[in-house]
Design a protein around this ligand. Structure first.
Ligand SMILES: Cc1cc2nc3c(=O)[nH]c(=O)nc-3n(C[C@H](O)[C@H](O)[C@H](O)COP(=O)(O)OP(=O)(O)OC[C@H]3O[C@@H](n4cnc5c(N)ncnc54)[C@H](O)[C@@H]3O)c2cc1C
Length: 382
């Protein structure tokens, strides 16, 4: 069967690409996805709320692995929100500039996308598994589990994992690695289950993120940890040291003075942190400092107070690897091999959009914004 355009993958970027083409043209578009309807994967995003974009995506190096300002300027977060408004989706931005649907439900996003796509008679959605892609003369051949299709223009929007279906094409890939993922470290079972917000987590190169962290049996999760994981993912290596500041609101000196003043609480040492830290954290700090439990707060020395400060503000952990609940993949099609319209420089009429490109952002709506921007750019170019 022949189609003008085939879009492989019906996730965020594939759907944006399809909607952009269909709004302006009568050409016949086939979308193939293993799922039973377009945009289904969005249901799990943003903890079911779908953090659809972020007001502030530029300068992009602050939020992504590379400078993608030239793309984001072609289809900005505001244009994205306006595009969705025209589909009937109302959004709001929270105090961290993150856009969410006003319903706080990812289903709203999935619904308006599906409502829009259903309007077009020249759009076909097929649930099938894509097995192989080939180039035959001017055309592309797509082999799925149960079918075989031809098209002149092919859009690959299959998400982050480098798919074996693409093996027959000569594509320059940047090695991929899980990103926005919980970091596995040496044992943290003594803190397992503790949530600290805000905490500051940093690597040895001084990259630091402040926000919520959640200790696991052997590692750290939470938005700040996810963001830091992007540094390890981009280096394709989850190893090295990280440091956690459990009270980033205070400087080392301020905390020292504060703890010094707490000696006047006249309490036994096991009550010294009451009112400042949750008991499990306090217990961990005492344990690490080897302080005689029978002491009273008055008897604490300056050296012991200093040890407390170190344990609270400079908790050191060794990175071992990452967990497998990653939100995105870092790596993908080398951006240098794509034109400004995200068309392959090697194969004319072959386009890439979304996470399959070597673009990855931190948490906050940046990855979906890339999916919308890149999908729109490709759709506009077709
Ligand atoms: C749990 C979770 C929460 C997230 N929350 C957010 C968030 O709140 N905000 C944010 O900005 N980002 C979030 N992200 C990241 C965001 O979802 C992705 O960056 C974005 O969906 C990428 O869009 P895409 O179109 O490139 O790929 P995808 O959305 O992954 O779509 C790819 C599609 O291709 C299909 N496909 C792949 N291979 C085949 C094949 N061989 N045959 C048939 N079909 C195939 C898949 O079924 C899928 O539907 C989250 C990710 C996860 C996992």
């Amino acid at each position: 069967m022949n189609f003008d355009v085939i879009i492989l993958g019906g996730g965020a970027s594939g759907c944006m690409c399809a909607m952009t083409i269909l709004k302006k043209s009568k050409i016949h578009v086939l979308m193939i996805d293993a799922g039973n309807k377009p945009a289904k994967k969005l249901m799990v995003t943003g903890n079911g709320r779908c953090n659809i974009s972020n007001k502030k995506c530029v300068p992009s190096q602050e939020f992504y692995n590379q400078n993608i300002d030239r793309f984001l300027n072609k289809f900005t977060p505001d244009e994205t929100i306006s595009f969705f408004h025209d589909l009937g989706l109302e959004c709001y931005a929270d105090n961290e500039n993150r856009f969410y649907p006003i319903s706080n439900s990812a289903k709203s996003v999935v619904d308006v996308i599906n409502n829009e796509l259903e309007k077009y008679k020249n759009f076909t959605f097929l649930t099938d598994f894509i097995e192989k892609i080939d180039k035959k003369g001017d055309n592309f051949e797509i082999f799925t589990k149960s079918n075989h299709f031809n098209c002149k223009k092919l859009v690959v929007a299959m998400g982050g994992k480098i798919d074996s279906a693409l093996i027959n094409l000569d594509i320059d890939w940047i090695q991929s690695k899980e990103s926005l993922v919980a970091i596995k470290t040496n044992s943290t079972h003594f803190l397992n289950g503790i949530r600290v917000s805000p905490a500051k987590i940093s690597n040895l190169n001084g990259v630091a993120y402040e926000g919520e962290i959640l200790f696991k049996e052997s590692g750290v999760s939470g938005i700040a940890a996810f963001n830091l994981s992007a540094c390890f993912a981009r280096n394709k290596n989850f190893s090295g040291d990280i440091e956690i500041d459990l009270l980033p609101q205070y400087t080392d000196n301020y905390l020292f003075e504060l703890l010094l003043n707490r000696k006047s609480l006249e309490c036994s040492i096991n009550k010294f942190f009451d009112g400042l830290l949750v008991p499990q954290l306090a217990y961990h700090i005492f344990n690490g400092c080897n302080i005689d439990e029978n002491k009273s707060s008055r008897q604490l020395s300056n050296e012991e107070i200093n040890e407390f400060v170190k344990k609270i503000k400079h908790l050191k952990l060794k990175v071992r690897s990452c967990y497998d609940n990653n939100q995105v993949i870092s790596g993908g099609v080398n951006m240098k091999t794509l034109t400004e319209n995200l068309e392959s420089k090697k194969y004319r009429n072959l386009y890439f959009c979304g996470e399959i490109c070597d673009v990855d952002g931190i948490c906050g709506g940046y990855n979906l914004q890339w999916a919308w921007t890149s999908g729109h750019i490709v759709g506009a170019a077709i």
